[in-house]
Design a protein around this ligand. Structure first.
Ligand code: PEP
Ligand code: MG
Length: 756
């Protein structure tokens, strides 16, 4: 039997020697194409490199007119070479001229060659160029020849990626590798970050490409594959809750891929051609990624990402790499780029070095996004291909406001964003100065500006924002970022930390508000619900599962020993729910006092007003609670029958409108009548214009994200509240419901020089 791999192995050995020689880049390229032609018995071998302007430029040739080097060029998609680059697929033709895409370049003198084999030069799924061999005779190249040329192309890809060719480029005609890319996805958290790429799961860079002994490498590959399969089986057999559901599906897919004969065969073939096992993994993966880039089926793309992960695992097994040490290797302006990430993983990075986060996947409700928001990091998500397009250390801008990422931005884009960041920083500085100023309107009315929180990472904001207290502590966040139910001790510890950090400032703990869009992957309580927003959630769920509520209440009571404790119930629909919750709380109090626990000095119980049914029993409600807080996000969603997460409907209905403001005013008035403190803790409180409306209709305490406190305070210190209140009441009492209240507020602000 003919050893079809002997040729490629020899060639790779020769290329390795060439790479090591101290040659000028052009001379090195010239020799490389010469040796490829020689080895493959081809009359021509040419290398085209993709430039940033999407043009493929002839960089070296053996056989074509040498005068055409750096002159002959084809656009992406043009001619055979352009077609190969655009499709990331090889072309193997016995009569090149007959191919519909054939384009004749007179300067090259290639018309005398009939057969043509071209392969893309790929790296991490990106096309960097095209490598071509040609012969006069009409022949079809064999499968092993195609494979050999692809393997060679990989070596060239590494050479291009190493920057070796940058000395051959002319100004304005740089290589594609440094091309600026703008990606559009979704905004997951606002803010703008400028910095440099840090790949969350660093791609393992394979530097050792050529093998000494193929048999030895095949044994290494086999060993790594068996360990990989074992580790997947091991994960699957652990019946941990974290591996149920979606996780399990992913693992099942991994197992299927790890046993895929086609994959293994391609890996073995690449090794037989002279690559090391790790270079073979890289090559096969790169080919596959490039082909899948053009796929639109989301299911297949998802599976491709699984395959990517699997290849990375295999590389780690082969190279014995652990996850990179984080903090030390991080630049001061790190922008994390990840396919997806766990919340806990994000917390492992030092906050002071993070400027932004780019995710290929995720949703606004993903745990990592919740945590990033709490940490105040701009996040852009749904950025397809972000990982494979980014190189460690690339300059990058995350525009979390618009959900856009600029990779390797041009200097004018960078300058514009840098100005935006400076502008924000100046505003932030102004707000910081406001922090110590009293929160009083121009005409002397005191307003309580509270902050919303939910995680330990929020706590430093209490001092930094100058908030008067925590008006809403969303206890479910601790549950959402965990992989199993947080134990009673962990809950107690968090609540104690919160109260310690708050010192004498009030904190309102809301009992867990799960269900709806706040899902706990490890909690399998609910059946598939048709309408989760209207379903088994929040206080409904905790009253049905009193064990959950009891544990939480006990943790709260213990943590608040010797100080005031404020507990608030979410999604209350009828008054009996408050009675039932109070019974559970009272029972816990009795239990703890029996065991001589240090109890809170005062216990206040409140309800959120976010379900419309409460609006027709406000006074009865207020008779049984110590305070109420309007959850305007949910209340608006239920009053207007508009899903709060539906982007298509976002902005369609305005809460700053006569009916909704009348309703909010009705709640404040009921509070005044019954002597019940009323606050509002939805997103409305955090925007200066809507906060102004709230103050105008009588709210004196509002709770918002910490970042909103500065802008709201800047507004209210300039606000003549009495004049505004008169204007608001006049508007809301007028019979017309078509008044543009928002425009009225802007005009008022303009008139009185109020910053909005
Ligand atoms: C609300 O609904 O307005 C609210 C504050 O609660 P959440 O946003 O957590 O549902
Ligand atoms: Mg709510």
């Amino acid at each position: 039997m003919r050893d079809t791999a002997a040729g490629p192995r020899l060639l790779l050995r020769r290329l390795r020697e060439l790479m090591a020689e101290p040659l000028e880049p052009q001379a090195r390229l010239d020799r490389i194409v010469h040796h490829i032609a020689l080895n493959m018995v081809a009359e021509v071998c040419s290398l085209y490199v993709l430039r940033a302007d999407s043009v493929l430029e002839l960089y070296a040739t053996e056989g074509l007119n040498p005068g055409a080097v750096h002159l002959a060029q084809l656009r992406l998609g043009e001619g055979l070479v352009g077609t190969i680059a655009a499709s990331a697929r090889a072309l193997n033709l016995s009569e090149a001229q007959k191919h519909p895409a054939f384009a004749y370049l007179p300067e090259t003198g290639e018309e005398i060659y009939n057969s043509f084999l071209g392969v893309p030069v790929l790296r991490a799924g990106r096309t960097l160029g095209v490598l071509v061999v040609q012969n006069r005779t009409m022949r079809q190249y064999r499968e092993d020849e195609v494979e050999a040329l692809e393997t060679t192309a990989m070596v060239i890809a590494e050479m291009i990626a190493s920057g070796d060719l940058s000395r051959l480029t002319r100004p304005g005609l740089e290589l594609d590798l440094s091309r600026p890319v703008t990606m559009r996805g979704m905004s997951f958290n606002e803010g703008v970050g400028l910095g440099h790429v840090v790949l969350h799961e660093p791609r393992i860079v394979v530097t050792n490409l050529f093998n000494e002994d193929s048999d030895e490498e095949l044994v290494r590959l086999e060993g790594a594959l068996s360990s990989l399969r074992l580790s997947i089986d091991d994960m699957l057999s652990r019946r941990e809750v974290a591996f149920e559901g979606e996780h399990r599906e992913v693992l099942e897919a991994y197992r299927m891929f790890a046993n895929d004969r086609g994959w293994v065969r391609r890996l073995e073939e690449a090794i037989r051609n002279g690559l090391t096992a790790e270079a073979a993994v890289e090559k096969v993966q790169s080919d596959m990624r490039a082909r899948m880039m053009h796929m639109t089926d989301p299911y297949l793309r998802e599976r491709m990402s699984d395959f990517d992960d699997l290849a990375n695992r295999l590389l780690r097994m082969l190279l014995g790499h652990g996850p990179e040490a984080l903090a030390n290797s991080l630049p001061r302006d790190a922008i994390l780029v990840a396919r997806s990430m766990g919340a806990a993983e994000l917390l492992d990075y030092p906050r002071d070095k993070l400027r932004g986060l780019v995710l290929e996947e995720g949703a606004i409700t993903s745990h990592v996004v919740i945590v990033a928001r709490a940490m105040g990091i701009p996040v852009a998500g749904q950025m397809k291909g972000a990982v494979s397009m980014s190189e460690k250390g690339d300059a990058v801008i995350v525009d979390g406001d618009d959900g856009v990422v600029h990779l390797r931005p041009q200097s004018d884009v960078e300058a514009a964003y840098a100005e935006k960041v400076r502008f924000r920083a100046r505003r932030q500085e102004l707000f910081r100065e406001l922090r110590k100023r009293p929160s009083v309107t121009k005409d002397g009315e005191h307003i309580d500006l509270m902050m919303n929180a939910g995680l330990a990472v929020d706590l430093p904001q209490l001092a930094e924002s100058g908030a008067a207290g925590i008006g809403l502590f969303r206890t479910e966040l601790q549950f959402m970022v965990a992989s199993t139910f947080p134990r009673a001790e962990a809950q107690e510890r968090l609540y104690r930390d919160v109260l310690d950090a708050a010192r004498d400032k009030a904190v309102t703990f809301r009992t867990i508000d799960i269900g709806g869009d706040k899902v706990l992957p490890y909690f399998k309580g609910a059946a598939q619900e048709e309408n989760p927003a209207l379903g088994w959630r929040a206080v409904r769920l905790t009253l049905d599962r009193p064990g959950l509520l009891r544990t939480q209440v006990r943790a709260l009571l213990k943590a608040a020993g010797g100080r005031e404790l404020r507990i608030m119930l979410p999604m209350v629909t009828e008054i009996s729910e408050i009675r039932q919750a109070r019974e559970i709380i009272d029972k816990e109090v009795r239990h703890l006092s029996r065991f001589a626990h240090h109890l809170p000095t005062k216990l206040k119980l409140g309800a959120m007003i976010e379900v419309p049914s409460l609006l027709w029993q406000l006074e009865e409600l207020m008779a049984v609670v110590d305070f109420v807080s309007v959850g305007s996000n949910d209340l608006f969603q239920f009053v207007t029958a508009t899903d709060r997460g539906n982007t298509q409907l976002a902005g369609r209905f305005d809460p700053i409108s006569v009916p909704f403001l009348r309703l909010l005013r009705q709640i404040v008035r009921a509070g005044e009548k019954t002597g019940t403190p009323v606050t509002l803790c939805g997103e409305l409180a955090g925007r200066p214009v809507s906060a102004m409306a709230l103050l105008g209709i009588g709210y004196r305490s509002i709770s918002m994200s910490p970042a909103a406190i500065g802008p709201v305070k800047a507004m209210l210190t300039e606000l003549p509240l009495d004049a505004l209140a008169a204007r608001m009441h006049e508007t809301l009492d007028a019979p017309s419901s078509e008044v543009d209240v928002r425009a009225m507020l802007h005009a008022f602000a303009e008139e009185h020089d109020i910053p909005l």
